[in-house]
Design a protein around this ligand. Structure first.
Ligand SMILES: Cc1cc2nc3c(=O)[nH]c(=O)nc-3n(C[C@H](O)[C@H](O)[C@H](O)COP(=O)(O)O)c2cc1C
Length: 183
């Protein structure tokens, strides 16, 4: 059975990206994938500073890196901050990129995001895909950008727009299809 972890790049109470993360977990589960729901709140890491290496590398970085290595799929829902990737996600990637062996070379990655703006995190996702690709990750082609967030999900956390539902299904297919299974 294929396995996945899902993460949200916002710790905010009432995060709209957390709604997307939950929805993707449910859809991956419906596709027969065993999903682990993770929260970055449980992987606290200080702001990356190379002086902290090697003596003060957070245990969280090793634990999360192992979760990346031991699953077939990683889905991340992230906000967009100032047209880019938010600090929580940047910081997490910086710490994980220092872990050996690379946690970015096993799982296939799906990235999505919800923003209050109508461009739906597209700049954030574009930067994030670029970074992940440069560190050896395989990111599936569909970018699940959703915006504006107001009214994007119904009370049950389902995306309202049919075009978004199609995109979600497409991403689930891609994540299943491109899983590398332990290379
Ligand atoms: C520092 C900061 C920068 C932001 N920059 C953008 C932006 O560039 N584009 C955008 O659409 N929304 C931007 N927003 C609004 C976010 O889309 C909105 O706060 C969203 O709800 C954050 O996701 P969350 O609910 O998962 O925390 C920004 C918000 C903050 C706090």
């Amino acid at each position: 059975m294929r396995t996945a972890i899902t993460l949200c790049g916002s710790l905010r109470k009432g995060s709209v990206n957390e709604i997307l993360r939950r929805h993707m977990s449910a859809k991956l589960g419906e596709a027969g994938i065993a999903v682990s729901n993770l929260s970055l709140a449980d992987f606290d890491m200080p702001i990356f500073n190379q002086d902290l290496e090697p003596g003060h590398v957070p245990q969280s970085a090793a634990r999360l890196a192992e979760a990346f290595r031991s699953h077939d799929i990683v889905f991340l829902a992230t906000p967009e901050y100032n047209g880019g990737v938010p600090p929580l996600v940047v910081n997490t990637i910086a710490w994980l990129s220092r872990q050996k062996p690379s946690p970015f070379r096993n799982a296939v990655f799906g990235i999505g995001g919800v923003s209050s703006g109508k461009y739906g995190t597209i700049w954030s996702l574009s930067h994030l895909r670029d970074t992940l690709g440069k560190i050896g990750a395989l990111v599936v082609p569909t970018l699940l950008g959703i915006g504006p967030s107001d009214g994007a999900f119904d009370a049950a956390g389902q995306p309202v727009e049919p075009a978004i539902q199609v995109k979600v299904d497409q991403m689930v297919k891609e994540l299943t299809h491109f899983s590398r299974g332990g290379i």
